[in-house]
Design a binder for this molecule. Structure first.
Ligand code: SF4
Ligand code: SF4
Length: 219
């Protein structure tokens, strides 16, 4: 939390609890060296809604982001130790954390959506999943989430049916690749990000379990 006349970090942990950082070019070495393992990464696909500190609001992200994952269903950074209120990887924390000074945000704001690492930057050149990451982006592109609320208001049935088709394709695609490569949840979240039905939940579109998959409805 920002205090009057602040000139240093008070280790309040607010920034870490808001979520892990997006990774940038210089962070690639942290991944290559194994200091930050792949299992601790999550992909935010282009178009997902995220808080943009420059715009000071939630909006579709213009570029793909790979972030440090949260804990359970929370976004709080997986490397934040609540007991010591400190960073477990402080000496090799990512660039965005190193540059973050909440009392003087200019440097960290300049990093927003700039030189961001993507999945393809991180994956080995011979990773057999590269082709499927690209295919998934083409077949199951993140919808225009900024337009979804107006679509639901104006044409509820058509909008829900379009989203349902996308959600079904996304789930079928994932199942096919998960089975083929025996991927666990952490690997799925890195390679393909969150399923589209989970992303839609933030817009009030609920996914209800159904024998044939999930069915969308407006909450
Ligand atoms: S930089 Fe983060 S941990 Fe430090 S005072 Fe600001 S919000 Fe708190
Ligand atoms: S990597 Fe460390 S400094 Fe960065 S958000 Fe996580 S806990 Fe905080």
């Amino acid at each position: 939390m920002l205090r009057e006349n602040q000139s240093e970090c008070y280790r309040c942990g607010t920034c870490c609890r808001k979520g892990g950082p997006a990774l940038h070019g210089p962070d690639l070495e942290l991944i290559r060296s194994g200091r930050i393992p792949r299992k601790d990464l999550i992909t935010i696909r282009r178009g997902e809604l995220v808080f943009n500190p420059v715009a000071d609001g939630v909006q579709p992200v213009a570029v793909e982001l790979v972030k440090l994952r949260g804990v359970g269903s929370e976004w709080s950074c997986c490397y934040y130790d609540t007991l010591s209120r400190g960073c477990m990887i402080y000496d090799h924390r990512p660039q965005a954390c190193e540059s973050l000074k909440c009392w003087r945000p200019k440097e960290s704001l300049a990093l927003v959506e700039q030189d961001c690492l993507t999945r393809l930057d991180i994956m080995d050149s011979d990773d057999p999943l590269r082709v499927f990451v690209k295919e998934h982006e083409q077949l199951c592109t993140c919808p225009d989430l900024g337009a979804v609320p107006a679509g639901l208001e104006r044409e509820l049935e058509k909008t829900l049916s379009d989203l349902q088709r996308l959600v079904d394709n996304d789930l079928l695609f994932r199942q096919r690749i998960l089975d083929k490569f025996d991927l666990d949840l952490a690997e799925e979240l890195f390679y393909f990000g969150r399923p589209i039905f989970q992303i839609l939940a933030g817009l009030g579109v609920q996914a209800v379990n159904h024998p044939g998959g999930v069915r969308l409805k407006v909450a």
